[in-house]
Design a protein around this ligand. Sequence first.
Ligand SMILES: [Zn+2]
Length: 147
Amino acid sequence: MLSQGDMDTLYMREALRLAEKAFEEDEVPIGAIIVSRGKIIGKGYNLTERLHDVTAHAEMQAFTAASNFLGGKYLRDCTLYVTVEPCVMCAGASYWTQVSRIVYGAKDEKRGSSKYGSLYHPKTEVVAGVLAEQCGELIRSFFRNKR
Ligand SMILES: [Zn+2]
């Protein structure tokens, strides 16, 4: 049996794969998946450049995909895995979904929502720092290439 921690690492690797896809497409490399009862029901990666849309964050797309899959707006019994700490917009969107858990990788000191206090739904459990090193390194190497 895999522990919760093992599962979290496994799913975070999936989210990282999506972040790498974003990287290849010259988008800020952040990936997200939503898992419900052992099944991936939503995926997304940052597409703000391609879509010319500042709301096209990985989490927003994963929320939309998961809600479409479930046929309902609430994501109870779901876990969001995202490679970087959600921003204010995505934390706010997660509030409306009432998602059960959020697991993120690297902390975002500049744009992470935690600096504004907890914007998550009171029922949402938040776990930080899963594969933080790999998730953060992908972002850093992206911005290194930009300079
Ligand atoms: Zn966001």
